[in-house]
Structure formats: C-alpha cells, structure tokens
Design a protein around this ligand. Sequence first.
Ligand SMILES: [Zn+2]
Length: 149
Amino acid sequence: MRDYTFEDMKQINRSELGATVPLELFRTIRLIGMYQGLPMGGKGTTLTVGRKIGENLPANTVEELFQLFRDLKIGLPMIVDQNERSLRVAVEDCFCKGLPVDEEKMVCDLEGAIMEGALKKILNRTVSVREVKCNVHGDERCEYEVRLQ
Ligand SMILES: [Zn+2]
C-alpha cells in the first residue's frame, strides 16, 4: 500500500458537490475536533500534522509556497520583516478571521506548522515557526516568527 501524495488529493470526481467544502467545516475540524478534542489543545499533534502537510506540498521556493497558501485559501501570506536569522510572515484573511475574540487564544498553529515543514524542505535549513499574532487573540492579523538556523 503506497502513501498518499498531494497529487492524489487533487484527483476529485464528485459530480454534485464539487471540489470545495465550506469554511465552517474546516473550522469545525480545526477548532472543535483538534483544538478542543485533543489533549493540551492538540499542541504536539497539530505540530506533527502541520509539518507533515508542509513537507508534502509541491513548493520549491518561498514564492511557490506563498502561492499555494493563496490557492488553498489558507490565507494571504507576506514577509513583513526579514534578517539573516529570521523572517516575519503576516497572513491576511486567515481562516480564523471573524471568529469571536478570546485574548487567551491563538488558534493558527497548524498553519504555522505547515509553513515550518515546507520551509525546512525549501531552504534545507532548520526552521522553527512560532505564532506571534492571531485575529482571535485580538490582533489585526495572524503573524508568525520564522527562525532560521
Ligand atoms: Zn489566527
């Protein structure tokens, strides 16, 4: 039995319901299923899941990765600050936009882990991504600190 690839995920043949699912289903899986359903807000699991997804995305450059983020409607990423050892990536229109604000929460760790897995492969460096801003947290957008080693 072979592993699924991202190419396999694009083989869609649903005659009536088509290729997309509503955002509320994605949010339900992410926030009710994973965040609330797993121990510790699903932290370790979310990281494992996100990194694995990131590694499997067909992106060879940061620009291709950002285009995939747009195409998959994860969000609209852009680099807002950059130096030798780190990047700041803001993501506008994240899936969490519009959810009730709860200043104790940041909920976009999966998206950061996807970025981490993909950037590690693209840059061939040790990468760690930390979520530093989130709409749900009351910030003006979601944002990640990407450390490069
Ligand atoms: Zn967020």
